[in-house]
Design a protein around this ligand. Structure first.
Ligand code: FAQ
Length: 340
């Protein structure tokens, strides 16, 4: 293991157990101080650098949950590939769902650089031990929901993820750069669906408004608990993982989305939404935190269905993983034969 930026760690000295222990503690304190200074100087931590256990743990937690969200997030949209209203819409949606799979793969890979096995991470999702974004536990009832997901859910994802491009952990930050570029296409395709519906027939306009009514509050909840209730925020901000608080990013999302709704003639379903000229921001109504807590505890409208679909897909795909491993083994044996 290295120090930071590839510097070697000092070798331990002394032979007595107690001296070694004291030395270990001092070295750990020194490393922690140097780690925090390194992060504060906006330098990236790389997989082989020393890092506090809690930093590694919180990154594994966040990145794996993020990966699970991308993969579970394919399900509500995947439901609509066969029912998209035109060949063009079908091709676009298929590409988007494939992008989400790609995001999941970059993120599982970033997570593996922290020393966890992908199989274990996926098992944590299937057993209910690991969370994934609350938003994907809501049903997609009609085509307008696909527009609302792109516009609001991808829009919220970008708002949260652009700051993550500056995360102190190199592999996560780099993965986020590409993911954000793709998410901004997703947001635009969703908004374009909503715009088409909102400017279409009266029934289509109603569909768009109904989708906004159902997806608005769950989208607002995506940013996580209020700052007062957020348990990881202060430490993760200090470590350069989080750049803005949950409430700050939620507010930015609301401020940028309200004019987009107005532009296409839709109404945000919040009677308390008012422009606060003093703050230069919208004031908004009370979020139903009971609903949020129920959904993240596994009791949302689609939690059971989503996990069941994921487990079945994983089991159905076992032959692909076995074939890939057999192929890799064959290639390895062939290379050894040539080298011998
Ligand atoms: N859902 O102390 P905090 C997407 C949990 S990707 C479920 O504030 P933190 C792309 C949190 O994990 C969407 N659980 O936590 C797409 C923690 O529980 P734990 C996913 C939530 O980490 C679009 C507890 O509450 N994006 O949409 C949620 O500082 C369309 C306390 O919370 C990411 O994962 C929630 N909404 O801040 C795909 C971005 N919120 O772990 C398909 C990366 C909070 O102690 C189609 N993650 N919790 O058991 C983050 O930025 C952060 O983890 C936050 C939470 C901001 C989500």
């Amino acid at each position: 293991m290295n120090g930071f930026g590839g510097e070697p760690l000092l070798p331990p000295i002394g032979s007595l157990h107690v001296i070694l222990r004291i030395f270990d503690v001092l070295m750990e304190m020194d490393l922690l101080q140097r780690f925090e200074a390194y992060v504060a100087a906006e330098k990236k931590i790389e997989p082989k650098d020393w890092m506090p256990d809690a930093y590694r743990k919180t990154l594994i937690r966040q990145i794996s949950q993020h990966a699970h969200s991308e993969i579970v997030g394919m399900l509500p949209e995947g439901n609509w590939i066969s029912r998209a209203p035109s060949l063009k819409r079908k091709a676009i949606l298929m590409a988007k769902v494939q992008d989400e799979a790609g995001h999941g793969l970059y993120l599982y890979s970033a997570c593996e650089t922290l020393g966890v096995q992908r199989d274990d991470t996926i098992e944590d999702l299937h057993s209910g031990k690991a969370k994934y974004s609350s938003i994907f536990n809501y049903p997609t009832l009609n085509w307008a929901d696909i527009g609302a997901i792109g516009w609001l859910v991808d829009g919220a994802a970008i708002m949260n993820q652009v700051p993550l491009c500056r995360c102190s952990y190199g592999p996560y930050a780099r993965a986020m750069i590409r993911i954000c570029k793709e998410e901004s296409f997703h947001q635009r395709q969703g908004y374009q669906i909503m715009m088409t519906l909102a400017q279409g027939s009266a029934d289509q306009h109603r569909m768009a408004q109904d989708a906004l009514d159902r997806w608005w509050w769950p989208s607002i909840m995506m940013f996580g608990p209020s700052d007062a209730a957020s348990i990881h925020s202060s430490q993760n901000t200090r470590w350069g993982i989080k750049r803005f608080s949950n409430d700050e990013i939620r507010q930015r999302f609301i401020d940028s989305t309200v004019p987009q709704a107005e532009l296409i003639g839709l109404t945000i379903p919040d009677p308390d939404l008012t422009w606060n000229a003093e703050r230069g921001s919208y004031d908004y109504g009370e979020i139903d935190w009971d609903e949020f807590n129920r959904v993240i505890a596994g009791d949302g409208p689609c939690n059971a269905e989503r996990i069941e679909r994921r487990v079945t897909a994983h089991e159905d795909g076992s032959w692909v993983r076995e074939a890939a491993l057999a192929h890799a083994e064959k290639e390895r044996a062939r290379r050894e034969e040539v080298a011998a």
